[in-house]
Write a protein that binds this ligand. Sequence first.
Ligand SMILES: [Zn+2]
Length: 363
Amino acid sequence: MKAWRFYGFGDMRLDDIPAPVCRPGHVVVEPLCVQPSVTEAQLAFGIRTLAYDSISKRLETEAPVSLFGHEFSARVIEVGEGVTRVRAGDRVAARAKLPCGACPLCDTARGHLCRKGPIIGFQLPGCFAEVALLPEVALVKVPEVISDNEAACLQSLSDSVAAVETADIQMGDAMAIFGQGSMGLECLQIARSSGAGLLITVDVRDEACAVSEQLGADHALNASRCDPVAAIRELTGGNGADIVFECAGGSPKQGLAGHQTLTQAIDAARSGGKVVGVSWFGQPILLDIDALRERSLRYLFPDISTLAHLEHTVRLVASGRVRLKPTITHVLQGIDAVPQAFEITANKGKYKAINPAQVVICQ
Ligand SMILES: [Zn+2]
């Protein structure tokens, strides 16, 4: 089978390698549609972000290595011994970060807190290949009403579901969301169906603001033309938002916001309010902790998404409560197009992409 393998940062090649053999508790799938996550796209080019050190080490010691590809839809072609939740012919999507199944946290039904398990595409091969082997524990069945392209977004959406759950929205809470890329737009729609009141979004791209309004933002602020903190305070009667999501931060070289949006998110929250950190910054950041302390702010981070989050994600999309189609801006055809998808996804600002670029591997 053909599979993309990495020989080093910035060096991916389409190799012919043996197809994986099915194992107990696993399924063999044919990937249908795959997209690099923003993190994967940055790592592919050696940009420092989440998991940089572990990927760097794998490339030094194991190259060529099958990496990335945890955001996908796939069709099951074979199931291993003991697999009960899916059958050959089913379409599936997956969560990426898996519990180890053997530590004290996993033993006590707190696998969402476990950090010892593998991540698909990082420690396990992912779906930038014609065939892939996946553990059943990662999978959810995808109903017909969800397209292959939409299903490839379910993993990222399940992380957004976990992020919104972390916020613990009270009915009518005013929310501000910095960043209207795929996760910002997902958090917007999930919050809207989870009791949020006033919804204010912030981006610097007119096209992202337009999609944000289309998907339910009451006010989509373009921060290149206004002071978003002042605008959020004015829209919330002077105090600031009850909950602020920060989904814009990251490497400015890739068109992300650096860390100024985190400072803005903190300033835009009311006293006693919550700031939910969704972005990865790729480097340490200096924060004025006394300012957070003085204003009794809660700076929260989402748990990793569970099977329950993933199943809720499927319901949100199947019922139309979350719409993914307006966020899918770039779809490429054929496994040869994978490097182009990495280029577009690592530089979404330059290519005016909202969701990562998708690759249809098989129809
Ligand atoms: Zn564990």
